[in-house]
Design a protein around this ligand. Structure first.
Ligand code: NAP
Length: 490
């Protein structure tokens, strides 16, 4: 019996989400080609995104779409539009998170017939982007009416999963190296957790070269010498930005497929969005969604159809009879319609590319991940103080003494005040442009432990002299502080 959900006729079930903007055109092209290649797929068409927001469903993902994905465990989707800077959350992110598709695999490879400044250099790399944590957890607050904050959540467990899948993916494709790209020089706890986890897990994969690179230099190196990269594993936002960059190296977003993989569900989609300016014009390049469909077919063990489509696509690109507008310019008389491009790929099914080497794929071994929280357990822990975030326009030389006086006679004293992470009290004699949101750090005066009751007793006293927005406990785990110092804090 197949390990994939199938209908009575044995066709594997796939939830098909046409999406917004150019989505339906790309998805229709890919679906037609997949069917022409003989893959036995039963599609369940469901919706998400803008059309669903308009029905008044705030998540953008209706229950019937969720139910279908729970059943099929496999999705091919078009891009979903998200209002920028206002309104509801992204339905894309919601889908990825609801089904815990924690790994976003984004391969790019130099393609025949697509001339770029990098042509001939053999770019063939994969960005493995963590897909459910980081700033994209979307936990945001306004600390004051004018100061916003977003929580960057990175877990040891999440890092281990993404690092393991990066190494397993490298093995499944016979790749030689995995680079870990982080900003751990600045964000030592969040980005640092990925770096440290990577260095530990890498020891279990001695057959694969591993190295760390700071994310900004990784982008610099990608533009300068992209062929040095094979697999790059990185955090969610870094990977989001970096994979648009890598797609441009091989011709643009029209050529960048992706797979969102989790332990139970896989969602295949282009890296690109709904490109509304091209919607309904039948001009866009469907290759990115088609490439995602090829990844999907491999995931479903439909290797013959995947190889047939990959060759037909490459023959189409090599011959260059139907170049899409992103390759030759939308104004060019040569620019082909999306539907003509799809028809040409279908015509070329059965032909073999002379220049393109299809990889030898081994099935990807998904990491086994405990469902439970799987916490890192500290042998010792101690509460040593708290940070109180307050709203105030008072000069620090006024606010500081007021807060210090409010905790007089208590187990804690005011250590410092920082504004956007830089110490402003005690004054260091530097020039800082302050906002009305300040972090006020209270630490134990003496050794020992700060009890919750002592914090609760202090809060009304502090609230009487300052408007507070939130409080963060300061702890030591195994003797190590669980918090970073402000810039300039001793
Ligand atoms: P976008 O839709 O990816 O489009 C950016 C540009 O990329 C286009 O203007 C076009 O470049 C090029 N492009 C994208 N797809 C192409 C294709 N198939 N063929 C040829 N060229 C293509 O990015 P956006 O305009 O920033 O975002 C639009 C909406 O999509 C937003 O609501 C965003 O939130 C959403 N989005 C969704 C997803 C997703 O569903 N996974 C991902 C990203 C963005 P030129 O202008 O140079 O021709």
């Amino acid at each position: 019996m197949s390990k994939f959900p199938a209908d009575a006729a044995g066709k594997k079930l796939v939830t098909l989400i046409p999406g917004d903007g150019i989505g339906p055109e790309c998805v229709e092209a890919a679906k037609t080609i997949v069917e022409a290649a003989g893959a036995k797929i039963a599609w369940e068409v469901r919706h998400a995104g803008e059309s669903v927001f308009k029905q008044g469903i705030p998540s953008g993902v209706p229950q019937e779409t969720i139910d279908s994905i729970k059943k099929t465990r496999c999705v091919l989707k078009g891009p979903l539009g998200t209002p920028v800077g206002y309104g509801e959350k992204s339905a894309n992110v919601t889908l990825r998170k609801l089904f815990e598709t924690y790994a976003n695999i984004r391969p790019v490879r130099e393609l025949p017939g697509v001339k770029t400044p990098y042509s001939g250099r053999g770019i063939d790399l994969v960005v493995v982007r963590e897909n459910v944590e980081d700033l994209y957890a979307g936990i945001e607050h306004m600390q004051t009416p004018g100061v916003a904050q977003c929580l960057k959540l990175i877990s040891r467990k999440g890092c281990e999963k993404i690092v393991r899948i990066a190494f397993e993916f490298a093995r499944s494709e016979g790749r030689k190296s995995v680079a870990c790209a982080t900003k751990s020089n600045i964000m030592k706890m969040t980005e640092g957790t990925l770096k440290r986890t990577f260095e530990e897990v890498a020891k279990e994969y001695p057959d694969i070269q591993s190295w760390h690179v700071i994310i900004d230099n990784a982008c610099h190196q990608l533009v300068k010498k992209p062929e040095q990269f094979d697999v790059i594993v990185t955090t969610n936002m870094n990977g989001d930005i970096m994979s648009d960059l890598t797609s441009a190296l091989v011709g643009g977003l029209g050529f960048a497929p992706s797979a969102n993989l989790g332990s139970e569900v896989a969602i295949f989609e282009a890296v690109h969005g709904s490109a509304p300016k091209y919607a309904g014009k039948n001009v866009i390049n469907p290759t990115a969604v088609l490439g995602s469909a090829i990844l999907m077919l491999r995931h479903l063990d439909e290797f013959d159809a995947a190889v047939a489509i990959e060759h037909a696509l490459m023959v189409t690109m090599e011959e260059g009879k139907v170049p899409t507008g992103d390759v030759v310019g939308y104004d060019s008389p040569k620019a082909a319609k999306t539907t003509d491009f799809a028809a040409e790929v279908i015509k070329n099914l059965g032909r073999k590319s002379t220049t393109y080497k299809v990889r030898e794929y081994k099935p990807l071994k998904m990491p086994t991940v405990p469902k439970a929280a799987d916490p890192v357990v500290a042998k010792t822990r101690r509460v040593v103080g708290f940070d109180l975030f307050v709203e105030s326009t008072d000069h620090p030389t006024k606010l500081g003494p007021v807060l210090a006086a409010a905790v007089e006679g208590s187990p804690v004293k005011l250590k410092m005040i920082s504004n956007r992470g830089t110490q402003i009290y005690p004054d260091k004699g530097t020039t800082i442009d302050c906002t009305d949101a300040s972090q006020c750090r209270f630490l134990l005066r003496d050794a020992g432990e700060l009890a919750d009751a002592a914090i609760f007793a202090l809060l009304p006293k502090l609230a009487a002299v300052a408007t507070w927005a939130h409080i963060e406990k300061l702890q030591e785990f195994d003797g190590q502080p669980s918090f970073t110092k402000a810039q300039g804090e001793d």
